[in-house]
Design a binder for this molecule. Structure first.
Ligand code: ADP
Ligand code: MG
Length: 256
């Protein structure tokens, strides 16, 4: 049987902002169907690590492989940059990101938001993109909201819309950066439900989250970051159920 390429792998990523090294050699390998959750205190480097994976930030050192293809870098006087931005665009189409601040385009309806990239990046026929978008909106519980503008929807609806928009690219890996942190508590459940369904259907996902029940139930691996390093990593029953590091124990202890 032919080997299927690994959807996403990063090796020894380091990242500095000025003199501060915020990522100190981070690696991660996501096989098909893996759900890897990144946890850690605010400022530990979770977002920066995620942003290095799709090159929204340029790692100073380390390698990024998408679907087995290595991103090529070159050294410039401003530091390290991708050698070929076309390669980055191509590979970004395989990695869809969902942000904390459900950033749908405000001047477009939900449906227009969802078809934008498939039509303009992938060159999909508009009619086909619309049919697919309607299916996806149905799936995230927004079948009735296709013609709404973002401002007419709740935060939870917008975030589910952002997930539909990410899915419309049929991504190989979905990256989530605290997708429920900006939501009112009563809206979190619906978004997590959609994400649980995605995990169940075998989507490869990297998720930065503070939702420990979600992490415990759906993760194949949990990575706990502390100051830009992996402090502990492994299956959720170990990392969350039986943490070894004192720091992680503190982090997981109920706050009051
Ligand atoms: P987390 O997502 O875990 O809260 P971040 O990745 O956002 O952590 O940040 C890690 C560290 O990098 C923090 O100290 C933060 O202040 C710093 N940082 C993040 N982005 C920038 C930036 N664009 N410029 C300078 N420092 C940054
Ligand atoms: Mg963050």
């Amino acid at each position: 049987m032919a080997d299927t390429p690994i959807p996403l792998e990063v090796r020894n990523i380091t990242k500095r902002f000025g003199d501060t090294e915020v990522l100190k050699g981070l690696s991660l390998k996501a096989h098909k169907g893996d759900v890897i959750t990144l946890i850690g205190a605010s400022g530990s480097g979770k977002s920066t690590f995620l942003r290095c994976m799709n090159l929204l930030e340029q790692p100073d050192e380390g390698e990024v492989f998408v679907h087995g293809e290595e991103i090529r870098f070159k050294q410039t006087k401003h530091g390290r940059e991708p050698a070929d931005w076309k390669q980055v665009v191509r590979m970004r189409a395989k990695l869809s990101m969902v942000f904390q601040s459900f950033n749908l385009w405000a001047h477009m309806t939900l449906l227009e938001n969802v078809i934008e990239a498939p039509v303009h990046v992938l060159g999909k026929p508009r009619k086909e993109a619309i049919a697919h978008a309607r299916q996806l909106l149905e799936r995230v519980g927004l079948g009735e909201h296709a013609d709404y503008y973002p401002a007419q929807m709740s935060g939870g609806q917008q975030q589910r819309g952002a997930i539909a928009r990410a899915l419309a690219m049929d991504p190989e890996v979905m990256l989530f950066d605290e997708p429920t942190s900006a939501l009112d508590p009563e809206l979190v459940g619906d978004v997590l439900k959609v994400m649980r369904d995605l995990a169940k259907e075998g989507r490869t996902m990297i998720v930065v989250t503070h939702e420990m029940a979600f992490a415990r139930d759906v993760s194949s691996e949990v990575i706990y970051l502390h100051q830009g390093r992996v402090e502990e990593a492994g299956p959720p029953q170990d990392v969350l159920g039986n943490p070894r590091s004192e720091r992680l124990k503190q982090f997981l202890a109920p706050k009051h």
